[in-house]
Design a protein around this ligand. Structure first.
Ligand code: PMP
Length: 426
């Protein structure tokens, strides 16, 4: 029943019962963690046969020895395969090291310090530099901006993607805005997929904002659906080609949640002209990436269909974990008016919005009985959730039994905090 309809007497009775349950959790000495979106060990095991797969055959299609130096932008066969994940041509693809976050950091650091088209275009020369950050969003995107001294402007997320009226108005009004962060398919943390209209409007931002504006299209969950019928994402580079804004779009991805999170491959897709400038600076950072790993990955998947079949196995392992979280939320909180949540069809997260002002308290209540949740505010720039209401749930890593226990605790903490607030207000 909704807490808005319950009598004070009902609420007091519920509270007494919840406190009993909470005390029992305290006595149980729990140690549970639902914080970060890491693959679980069964997921990692899916790729174990990559080890030794080359069987001493280190020569690439072009006849190079992949163990040696060189090949700054990656192997041709890796570009061919992973360009399909990015939705660009192999010529528009660069294969990097083990983390797309590195490529994203370097993209922004190079643009900021050295310019997107030479020193005169360095963002830092313009003084204040700003970035649009759809919220809730991914904390590490926000840390990159913070590290570089780029000011962040939060913009609202809808169930279709960023609020594009707000985005376009901001970009038109302020030339210090140099870009926007996007996680377009199975967004972190809401799990939504940007609509075709939103993708089309984002592809046009380059026209409104000027030549040095960049869309950081972090398609980290491009192929990470929980089932094959999950919504597809429109191809942003195709849209950008229609508007002549290819330079404004930089697409990122990795196999962190496909093969090994710490030993996978990262890749980026953008215009050939952008790649030329990026490589000029990248060449000062490294002589070349780990091409042995690139060749292993290509051999392991064979082709894009092989990669998609592999992703079905991930989905099989992840789906029951998402279902368990959602079932607890449904059973415990549906119709209660104590919070709302997203029902993602892919990605790694479920986003929960509690009553305003309670996220910190709910997370602290859970922590006090041994259940770690992502810190309140983590999904907002500077760690500041103005309404203190968003909580990111990350069900991929823990065992199903631990997820069930964690969610039992979570639901009780949400109810405790909400009912206490309601009673205080009466
Ligand atoms: N982007 C998003 C949206 C993510 O959620 C994550 C991982 N949590 C990453 C990037 C990190 O990717 P990588 O391991 O390739 O650095």
């Amino acid at each position: 029943m909704s807490i808005d309809q319950a009598s004070a007497q009902d609420l007091q009775a519920q509270l007494a019962d919840l406190e009993k349950q909470y005390n029992a959790f305290e006595a149980a000495n729990l140690s549970l963690d639902l914080t970060r979106g890491k693959p679980n060990s069964a997921q990692l095991d899916l790729s174990n046969s990559m080890d030794g797969i080359l069987n001493s055959a280190y020569v690439t299609r072009a006849g190079e020895d992949c163990r040696n130096y060189g090949g700054l932008d990656g192997l041709a066969e890796a570009k061919e395969l992973f360009s399909k994940v990015l939705g660009v041509s192999p010529q528009e693809t660069l294969i990097g090291g083990n983390a797309s976050l590195t490529l994203m950091f370097q993209t922004l650091a190079f643009a900021h310090l050295f310019g997107v088209r030479g020193a005169d275009s360095a963002w830092i020369k313009e003084g204040v530099v700003k970035f649009l950050c759809p919220v809730p969003g991914y904390d590490r995107h926000f840390s990159v901006c913070e590290e570089l001294g780029i000011e962040m402007i939060p913009v609202a997320m809808t169930d279709q993607g960023p609020d594009m009226d707000q985005v376009e108005a901001l970009v038109k009004a302020d030339s210090a805005i140099k870009g926007i962060w996007c996680v377009p398919r199975f967004s972190n943390p809401t799990g939504i997929v940007y609509s075709d209209d939103v993708v089309d409007r984002i592809a046009q931002l380059g026209k409104i904002a000027g030549a040095h504006f960049r869309v950081m299209w972090d398609n980290a969950y491009a192929v990470h659906a929980l089932h094959r019928e999950a919504p597809e994402l429109a191809n942003i580079m195709d849209a950008a080609r229609r508007y002549g804004t290819e330079d404004s779009v930089i697409i990122f991805g990795s196999t962190s949640k496909i093969t090994f999170a710490g030993a996978g491959l990262a890749f980026m897709g953008t215009s050939e002209e952008n790649l030329k400038y990026f490589k000029k600076h990248l060449g000062m950072v490294t002589i070349g990436p780990d091409k042995v790993n690139q060749l292993r990955h290509v051999k392991f998947f064979g082709d894009f269909d092989g990669l998609m079949t592999h992703m079905d196995k991930h989905a099989e392992l992840l789906k029951p974990r998402f279902d368990a979280v959602l079932q607890h939320l449904e059973d415990g909180l549906k119709g209660s008016d104590m919070g709302g949540w997203t029902v993602p069809e892919g990605g790694y997260f479920i986003s929960f919005d509690c009553l305003p002002g309670l996220a910190k308290e709910i997370i602290a209540l859970a922590a006090a009985v041994g259940v770690k949740l992502t810190p309140a505010g983590a999904t907002f720039p500077y760690g500041l959730d103005p309404e203190d209401k968003n909580i990111r749930l990350a069900p991929s890593f823990p065992a199903l039994s631990d997820i069930n226990k964690t969610m039992e605790v979570f639901v009780v903490c949400v109810k405790l905090a909400s009912i206490r607030l309601k009673l205080q207000a009466e």
